[in-house]
Design a protein around this ligand. Structure first.
Ligand SMILES: *Cc1c(COP(=O)(O)O)cnc(C)c1O
Length: 388
């Protein structure tokens, strides 16, 4: 089959060790300094990191917290929605997006996604809006912005909040028109992100943050993340204990300046995939919204919706030493925990089909051209076998 030899070293789905190697000394220095300062909770690095991330996000307020799921929960808490209010979420997302609503006694309402970009379909959101809707949570899945223009307009027209789950698209931009550029995570009333190690800006454990352009909401979110306190031992609100560890902040401060170069490297890797995979029968490259940049948290292809085809492709890749992953194998309305919402199979056909047909390929800033050419040949061999 392959004319390009299988690379000697195993291909990694995600290669954090390779990414960290060039900054190992700086990372170790940050750990040593944190140990020496011994201010492990709300130490100086937390505020400095928040400030530096704020600069990266065009001046939006940044509120660090313990993880991306807490960030979503805090964002919804800051809206003070009545019990049972509806929160529209994509039917195709990571479970945290709706879990945050469910634990607050709010009702997650899935809406179907677009087949080409995998992001919320504005028409489906419009159809899901009711007088009980309190918020729309847009997810910028795999690193590409949802249709922020349509969703912002829908939210404004119906007087509901827009929350952006930006765990996968930090640094992505969206142009609602050629004169304007929006930063993902700063368009909604609140944006959230995650520093889970595998995210584009990953820590060395759990971490997360909230973004908002509204100063009073920033203050409120800060209080909510700190036991609802307005000053020490004075608790104005029912809050959470959700803080970013000083150690994580110190390490993230080392990584943040590299994020633009890592994003560019991911985009370069993605462009090479586009060129290598473009002509392969049976492999569909996902569409790009021309208004959005794509920061490629994942590079996700789809195959034809035929029983067993995606799993056979994954098996074929595995046999040839190419790791891959299915994000996500089950739509949210078909998860056992969310059966109480009362949806049936067939109600969100695009999300359901994507769960049967998507496959994410290795993507990280250090993936080499040689590895990608090899991956392309392995895919070609499978594609050749299934060409119709
Ligand atoms: C990772 C992720 C989260 C959750 O972040 P954690 O830090 O793991 O809690 C939420 N939403 C999306 C889309 C994610 O990818």
């Amino acid at each position: 089959m392959a004319t390009v030899p299988r690379p000697a070293a195993p291909i990694q789905l995600l290669d954090l060790a390779a990414q960290h190697a060039p900054i190992q000394d700086e990372l170790e220095a940050a750990v040593r300094q944190t140990l020496a300062e011994a201010a492990f909770i709300q130490g100086p690095a937390v505020g400095k990191f928040a400030q530096e991330l704020s600069q990266y996000l065009g001046g939006a307020h940044v509120i660090p917290c313990a993880n991306g799921t807490d960030a979503l929960q805090l964002a919804l808490m800051s809206l003070n929605l009545p019990a049972g209010a509806e929160v529209i979420v994509p039917a195709f997302t990571y479970v945290a997006t709706l879990e945050a609503a469910a634990v607050l006694g709010l009702r997650p309402v899935p809406a179907d996604v677009r087949p080409d970009t995998f992001n919320l379909a504005p028409a489906a959101v419009r159809a899901a809006l009711t007088p009980r809707t309190g918020a729309i949570v847009a997810v910028h899945l795999f690193g590409q912005c949802a249709d922020l223009l349509a969703l912002r307009e829908l939210a404004d027209a119906h007087g509901v909040a827009l929350i952006e789950d930006n765990a996968q698209a930090i640094g992505a931009t969206f142009q609602p028109n050629p004169q304007e550029t929006w930063l993902a995570g700063t368009v909604g009333e609140v944006g959230t992100t995650s520093f889970f190690p595998s995210k584009n800006l990953g820590g060395f454990g759990d971490g997360g943050a909230l973004f908002t352009r509204d100063e009073s909401r920033a203050t409120y979110l800060r209080q909510l993340a700190s036991h609802g306190q307005t000053r020490k031992y004075h608790h104005q609100h029912v809050g959470l204990n959700s803080r970013l560890d000083t150690l994580q902040a110190a390490l993230l401060r080392v990584k943040l300046p590299h994020l633009p170069a890592w994003t560019a490297a991911r985009q370069h890797v993605a462009a090479r995939y586009d060129a290598l995979l473009g002509g392969i029968p049976g492999i569909i490259i996902s569409a790009r919204d021309p208004r959005s940049t794509h920061v490629f948290h994942q590079y996700t292809i789809t195959v034809a919706d035929e029983p067993g085809r995606r799993d056979a492709l994954q098996q074929h890749l595995h046999q040839h030493g190419v790791p891959s992953a299915v994000y996500y194998p089950l739509p949210v309305h078909q998860q056992p925990a969310y059966q109480y919402l009362g949806y049936r199979a067939g109600q969100f056909p695009v999300a359901e089909r994507l769960c049967r047909t998507v496959l994410s390929l290795p993507i990280h800033p250090t993936l080499t051209e040689q590895e990608q050419v090899y991956i392309g040949e392995v895919l070609q061999a499978f594609g050749g076998g299934i060409a119709r």
